[in-house]
Design a protein around this ligand. Sequence first.
Ligand SMILES: NC(=O)c1ccc[n+]([C@@H]2O[C@H](COP(=O)([O-])OP(=O)(O)OC[C@H]3O[C@@H](n4cnc5c(N)ncnc54)[C@H](O)[C@@H]3O)[C@@H](O)[C@H]2O)c1
Length: 430
Amino acid sequence: MSGLSAELKQVFKEHGDKARPVKQAAVLGAGIMGGGITITSAAHGVPVIMKDIAQEQLDLGMKTATSQVNRLVKKEQMTQEQANQVLATIEPTLEYEGFDKVDGVIEAVVENLGLKHKVLDQLEAVVRKDTLIATNTSSLRIDDIGQHMKHPERFVGMHFFNPVPVMPLVEIIQGTRTSDESVSTAVTWALKMGKTPIVVQDCPGFLVNRILTAYTRAFLQLIEEGADFEHVDKSMEAFGWPMGPAYLEDVIGIDTGSHVSDVISAGYPERMPHIENDAFRLMKSKDRLGQKNGKGFYEYTPDDSGRPQKHSSAEVHELLKAIQPNGQKDVSVEEIQQRMMLAMITEAVHCLEDKVVNSAEELDTALLMGVGFPRDKGGAIRYADSLGAKAILEQCEQYRHLGTQYEPTATIRKLAETGGSFYDEFPAGN
Ligand SMILES: NC(=O)c1ccc[n+]([C@@H]2O[C@H](COP(=O)([O-])OP(=O)(O)OC[C@H]3O[C@@H](n4cnc5c(N)ncnc54)[C@H](O)[C@@H]3O)[C@@H](O)[C@H]2O)c1
């Protein structure tokens, strides 16, 4: 929370004034995300009923929770007694018992619309009318998930990032029928869990994944044109990213990443049309899924402590030739950095113009916390302001022949003309 402006802190305070308290929580689904949300909520003083349909998943969830608190004990951030108290506030169950006492539920079952409809139906039958119901969906629309709900005003998105105990960001997604009070309740609950909540509107990809998709698509286009992916990775790491786009995709999992990218691209067909020679699709078809199966753009072997170490793969360079119809091409570091970052900046400005997020500061905060945007550059919009809208417009003109993603937006044109800044145009707390 440090580093946020007084205006943004005031926004959080105002949410706090409107929020209903969440003193008893429930989480549906004890998987990767549900387990992480459970321990995070319990460790911050909100007891959780953790429900799943499989006993082994509940056991796994409790095992993960135990190892999380043990880690805190080891780091002397918690005593063993406190750790035991936290674990005692988690109630694993296969039933809906006790849900009538719950103030807030986060649904984290598998990403399937039909299943989410079924689970919400069951939930509405057992919780109070005013219980907040949140979904941790990563790709489905809040309005679609909540379409059959009896009380859609209490339904909101709370999109946590993996791994939940470590990642500070939560996107709070307001559907068209979500009440302001529910948004404020979700914001305040996320703050209580030690997270930084950013309120966003319900659109394909929400905020962070939508902007990230524009960036990864710029990568795919460079590869299709003949650029070397390791050179692209090195160029973006030199810019300040903790890892380049190919390596990032290996870490996320190429099957997951490419599915998310396809779903989001389908939501913006004008700027994100079908890519004929798609390196992610190629990798997936060759069962190169990334770190999870030891081979993606790179190959991975465990080091002494079991952490995957990446190595270049001659096979991948050979494979990629099949999707480079014009052969290989040297692209300068400067061009790579400009095209990758400009794609991100233009999509970020679209998000501000579409009011997906309220301010430039909130957008940048989400990118810094959600995707590891280079800290010294301050976020896509702060970086755009450091270049100036006039320079951004010139870059758009230089690259617009590559596609409508580089078309300058109305705000870019306006600020290039007036010399104004994006931060002044989209201030926090307005
Ligand atoms: N994994 C990620 O990186 C990530 C990140 C952000 C959001 N998400 C979203 O979080 C949600 C969960 O993803 P995950 O990766 O934790 O999945 P997962 O497969 O690890 O866990 C899903 C859990 O749901 C349980 N489940 C299935 N049907 C159920 C039911 N009717 N009632 C209760 N539990 C049920 C399963 O037994 C399983 O334990 C998805 O919507 C996903 O899109 C995932």
